[in-house]
Design a protein around this ligand. Structure first.
Ligand code: PMP
Length: 388
């Protein structure tokens, strides 16, 4: 009989976080610490602009690369926030950072090429690479080295098939922010081996303790090899609006991503693009307030986690996650997350969902209220103490 489902679909793994989340939504009284999105509402000025733009006719397709006003606003934002000159031709607006990632891979990687992926790492990296018929090859991020990538270890994974490397800072799931020096070592490696660099910087504004994100766009000598993936999802609490973008000094790459976008989604939603402009222009105060709030929650979570016995973690300086080592309790993070959910009604993301290197860990999100964090970790403590 003819096979109905493609091998590509069959071989692409389902999200391990969703497995827990889907189970959790069926239960009442669950504290969701598995969540990967800000619990803040989108600022009212952004919502109002969406409404106004609907009324004034932004209900049609836009240019494949996005509204020129938005691309210009993104260029202005890079100038004012990161002190980098970007022109609108070096920007493509996409359906979320997800769309930017997918188009970056689709435009640079061929069937059979290898792509270097962080392990642990954001799970869709693997699925997207598999979807396009390429091969993910993992470089590990280990707790004993602060979850930082090591250029010499990454180099060991390079073969003649290696085409690209994905870098993610601030990092999901570790919460680690890479310094300029760490990023420089990766830029040099990519340069020596002529690799495309896909730098996922969607958490760029969510950094704590005064630590600042360093965008790879600052490395001028790799500019033609680099594409930066970014998004409005986290910065402006706009996950549901599905607006992201990519920036590359390689205008040819942006042109090709634009061409391919036509056949994937045509363009990002017009009214959401209009709203995003207001976020960039008038949303900076909101961002700063949200970061302050996240910092408080991070501090609280770190304090509570340090009271847990036989666990360890590296203090996150960015994003809104902590990767907690629970390997003294179990080697199976899926089973742990499921039992924790059933017994204590706390949702956490199993480490294994992010790769082999984070088996024996759980990812705890602090995109939740202080009250829920306190109650959630109280339950986790009870669960660990009783070894339920
Ligand atoms: N990259 C990373 C590391 C993420 O965590 C996410 C969202 N969870 C994305 C990209 C994509 O987000 P979006 O498509 O909502 O912009």
């Amino acid at each position: 009989m003819q096979r109905f489902i493609s091998i590509r679909a069959l071989e692409t793994p389902a999200s391990g976080i969703r497995k827990i989340f889907n189970k959790a939504v069926g239960l009442s009284g669950v504290i969701h610490l598995e969540i990967g999105e800000p619990d803040f509402d989108t600022p009212a000025i952004i919502k109002e602009e969406a409404w106004k733009s609907l009324q004034s006719g932004y209900t049609h397709y836009t240019h494949n690369a996005g509204l020129i006003e938005l691309r210009q606003a993104i260029a202005d934002y890079y100038k004012s926030v990161w002190e980098i000159e970007v022109s609108p031709e070096e920007v493509i607006v996409t359906v979320g950072g997800t769309g930017a990632l997918f188009l970056s891979l689709l435009s640079t990687v061929d069937v059979g090429d290898e792509v270097l992926v962080p392990d642990p790492g954001y799970p869709p990296y693997t699925s997207m690479i598999k979807m396009i018929g390429a091969i993910p090859v993992y470089y590990s991020l280990k707790e004993n080295t602060g979850f930082l990538p090591k250029a010499d270890e990454i180099e060991n994974e390079i073969s003649e098939k290696t085409k690209a490397i994905i870098v993610n800072t601030p990092n999901n799931p570790t919460g680690i922010v890479y310094s300029k020096n760490v990023l420089k070592s990766i830029a040099e490696l990519a340069s020596n081996h002529n690799l495309v660099i896909i730098s996922d910087e969607v958490y760029e504004r969510l950094t704590f303790d005064g630590s600042k994100h360093y965008t790879m766009l600052k490395f001028k000598d790799i500019a033609d090899k680099l594409v930066v993936v970014n998004s409005f999802s986290k910065t402006f609490a706009m996950t549901g609006w599905r607006i992201g973008f990519a920036v590359s000094k390689n205008a040819e790459l942006i042109k090709n991503m634009t061409k391919l976008q036509e056949g994937v989604v045509a363009c990002a939603p017009a009214m959401a693009q209009r709203a995003a402009i207001v976020g960039l222009k008038h949303g900076q105060e909101f961002v700063n307030g949200m970061v302050q709030e996240f910092q408080k929650r991070r501090d609280l979570l770190v304090r509570l986690l340090s009271e847990l016995e036989n666990t360890s973690f590296v203090i996150p300086q960015g994003a809104f996650y902590v990767l907690l080592n629970i390997s003294n309790y179990t080697k199976d993070s899926y089973e742990f997350a499921e039992r924790l959910l059933t017994a204590k009604k706390v949702g956490v993301a199993p480490g294994k969902a992010f790769g082999q290197s984070s088996e024996g860990y759980i990812r705890i999100s602090f995109a939740n209220s202080e009250e829920n964090i306190v109650e959630g970790i109280r339950r986790v403590k009870e669960f660990l103490d009783k070894k339920e």
